[in-house]
Write a protein that binds this ligand. Structure first.
Ligand SMILES: [Zn+2]
Length: 440
């Protein structure tokens, strides 16, 4: 495959990146359109999250616990008020909701403790509830793309806790994070912040660790252009199979930790409710979960970086993860972390000036022969290799799918910008499998 890549003609200097707009395609942040009729856009800024470990003192931990609790109550009250209004057919404005659940609630004896925490955190909880409600409502009314959103769930006392603060609720003073009504919290600055953060989320994970997650803007750092494009097929046997025939093994971190997790959960189930021993056992379960999560995230970042660095464009299939997660493969699907991996690729593509696009879910990528384009009909998952009845090519199931994804991605990018944007690619890659579908 590298020989084919080497035979691709040198680019003419323009139009190497194409802004793709179809379905839920995500163009890279750095977009230079060539012969496209759309104006050339250069938005070299990407919004990213930077996360740091926090070490609050015991007093600060108590203050944070209060803030988490109040934010949770306000969020749940918001949902309640909106649900009631909705049931009565009454229209209620956002300011009225906020007035009822914060301003008016503060003067009642049962919610008087809301006054003890920073009101910024409460207002943000209100905003979160508004957004969650709106997403659900828009999804119901068909005004929102993507999968169906369900009614927002009330926040719970257990598990991950967080508060969101905007500029007037926090500041950075003398290397510490000042949070209103909590104080100056010690931060482990593992790397420099690239810009002044516009907001911060203070998080307490179930394993007892605290984090600050800042939203910052960072300049995109485009990598030198390269002339390789790749289609990727995500799977369970191999996490990623590329159209070049490369595979990335699926590490199955959860599977690997399952024995440890089982032991920790068994200990937890035997501890008396409300006891200190139970707290300790719960902490141990949370630690195992955190380790699995961290290992998976680290792996996703590494795989994503390699794909984005080595290819000018990455195309992937838009997977129905939530649908698959209801089948008996659920645990394996969750363990593979496809969505997380896709988001990593998307972020990195934006950062390094590369293209990432998802192709529609309705392309029969595993049924079509990537060499001659004949649709060979559905095949059970157990079939790993098959021979095309029309042209006799022997296909690896996943590589064939990845090639079809690449062809569909290229066709999409041609359609988005009109023909003639990248004729060299299709013409030169004539020998390569799958191209005639994009030409058709
Ligand atoms: Zn064929």
């Amino acid at each position: 495959m590298t020989e084919i890549a080497g035979r691709w003609p040198r680019p003419s200097g323009r139009g190497k990146q194409v802004n793709i707009k179809r379905g839920i395609c995500v163009p890279a942040a750095a977009v230079i359109s060539g012969d496209c009729h759309r104006p050339a856009v250069w938005s070299g800024v990407v919004q990213v999250r930077y996360r740091y470990r926090l070490y609050p003192s015991s007093g600060q931990q108590k203050a944070l616990a209060r803030a988490f609790g109040c934010a949770r109550v306000v969020f749940n009250d918001c949902l309640h008020v909106r649900d009631e209004a909705h049931a009565n057919g009454e229209k209620i404005s956002d300011t009225e909701v906020q007035r009822r659940v914060i301003t008016l609630a503060k003067v009642t004896p049962e919610r008087a403790w809301l006054a003890e925490v920073a009101s910024v955190a409460l207002v943000q909880a209100c905003q979160d509830a508004r957004r969650a409600y709106k997403n659900w409502f828009d999804s119901l009314g068909g005004r929102r793309k993507g999968p169906r959103i369900r009614h927002p769930k009330p926040r719970r006392k257990r598990g991950r806790q967080s508060i969101r603060l905007t500029r007037n609720g926090f500041s950075l003073r003398g290397g510490r994070l000042y949070v209103a009504k909590v104080g100056q919290i010690k931060v482990q600055w593992s790397r420099d912040l690239p810009s002044v953060p516009s907001s911060v989320t203070v998080i307490r994970e179930p394993d007892g660790r605290y984090y600050a997650s800042f939203v910052v803007e960072r300049l995109a750092t485009p990598l030198p252009a390269c002339h390789r494009e790749v289609g990727i097929d995500l799977g369970l046997a191999s996490l990623v199979v590329t159209s070049d025939g490369e595979t990335v093994a699926n590490p199955r971190f959860y599977r690997a930790a399952q024995r440890r997790l089982k032991r920790a959960q068994r200990v937890l189930s035997r501890r008396r409710k409300g006891s200190a021993n139970r707290d300790r056992a719960r902490h141990r379960v949370a630690v195992v979960h955190r380790k699995v999560r961290d290992a998976r995230l680290d792996h996703a970042h590494k795989v994503a970086l390699r794909l984005v660095r080595d290819n000018q464009a990455v195309y992937a299939e838009d997977l129905c993860v939530s649908g698959l997660a209801r089948t008996r493969l659920a645990k394996s699907v969750a363990d593979a972390g496809w969505s997380r991996l896709m988001r990593c690729i998307e972020e990195k593509a934006a950062r390094y000036g590369r293209t990432f696009a998802r192709i529609g879910r309705f392309e029969p990528t595993s049924q079509v022969c990537s060499a001659c384009g004949v649709k060979d009909g559905p095949k059970p998952l157990a079939v790993r290799t098959w021979t095309c009845a029309a042209c006799g090519t022997v296909h690896d199931r996943d590589v064939n799918a990845a090639r079809n994804i690449l062809a569909a991605g290229r066709a999409d990018s041609l359609n988005a910008c009109g023909t003639g944007v990248r004729p060299p690619l299709t013409a030169a890659a004539g020998a390569e499998a799958g191209t005639h579908r994009s030409a058709a």
